[in-house]
Design a protein around this ligand. Structure first.
Ligand SMILES: [Ca+2]
Length: 251
């Protein structure tokens, strides 16, 4: 007689590695749920919204020559509009994204002026609660659809939420009628994150240097450019540029 629970358990054991493999083999999942602006906005549901810091830019889902489907996102900006942007924001946008992931934002756009750019914002626990990745500027494309693509590495531990901003204007303001369509935000790779900081210098002298994962070094709380370094038998010593003495020592 077959033992059904045992059989189910064995089947689960056999399939688990296959499922893990399938998950690893499909990294290019679009995190944007309405990439082509085809859905009708539903009140109270997260998704694309138009907003700006100043001015009266006009946002609509337009049927005027979309790149795909029936609609594209249209934004009409006038001189004085600043940071006019289509924003895609959900509380779980980065739920599957980890520190060290290489994230690719791509979309199609057409614009008469080189005023805008794109930005990705990721929520994190540390103050100020988010980190922003300003990406490439838009260029003037005339009437032609042009593909935009930019890749960045996540340097924080995402807490799930965040947003994508497609900006028709920034602090550069002026007349602009820009269209966006077919937006994709996906994890395109991973780099093992570097450690948060490595202490350099001589602890006995109260000297501490910190290596930051984004590539900068601070020493005694100042950027490394203000210090000159020399190697010693016991490590690295920072010299004060003005006095040429080990920093922290009395002059
Ligand atoms: Ca579309």
């Amino acid at each position: 007689m077959r033992n059904q629970p045992t059989l189910t358990f064995l089947t689960t054991l056999l399939l688990a590695p296959l499922a893990a493999f399938a998950q690893a083999a499909t990294p290019h999942v679009n995190l944007i749920a309405d990439p082509g602006f085809e859905e009708q906005p539903v009140a109270g549901r997260s998704g694309w919204v138009g907003t700006q810091n100043a001015g009266q830019a006009v946002f609509e889902r337009s049927a005027e020559r979309p790149h795909s489907g029936q609609r594209a996102a249209r934004m009409v900006c006038r001189n004085g509009d600043s940071y006019a942007r289509w924003v895609y924001r959900t509380p779980d946008l980065f739920a599957s994204v980890k520190r060290g992931d290489r994230v690719k934002l791509s979309f199609w756009y057409r614009a008469p002026a080189a005023l805008g750019d794109a930005l990705v914002m990721i929520s994190q626990n540390e103050k100020p609660g988010y980190v922003q990745y300003p990406l490439k500027q838009l260029k003037a494309t005339g009437d032609a659809w042009v593909r935009y693509e930019s890749v960045f590495t996540v340097t924080v531990n995402p807490t799930g939420g965040g947003e994508v901003q497609l900006r028709g204007t920034t602090d550069r303001t002026g007349d602009q009628v820009v269209f966006f369509d077919d937006v994709s935000l996906e994890v395109a790779g991973h780099e093992e994150p570097q450690r948060d900081g490595v202490v350099l210098g001589n602890a006995a002298l109260g000297l501490t240097g910190v290596y930051h994962p984004e590539g900068s070094v601070s020493f005694d709380g100042k950027p490394v450019q203000e210090w000159e370094f020399m190697a010693t038998g016991t490590g690295v010593t920072g010299l004060d540029e003005a006095t040429n003495r080990p920093c922290g020592t009395p002059v």
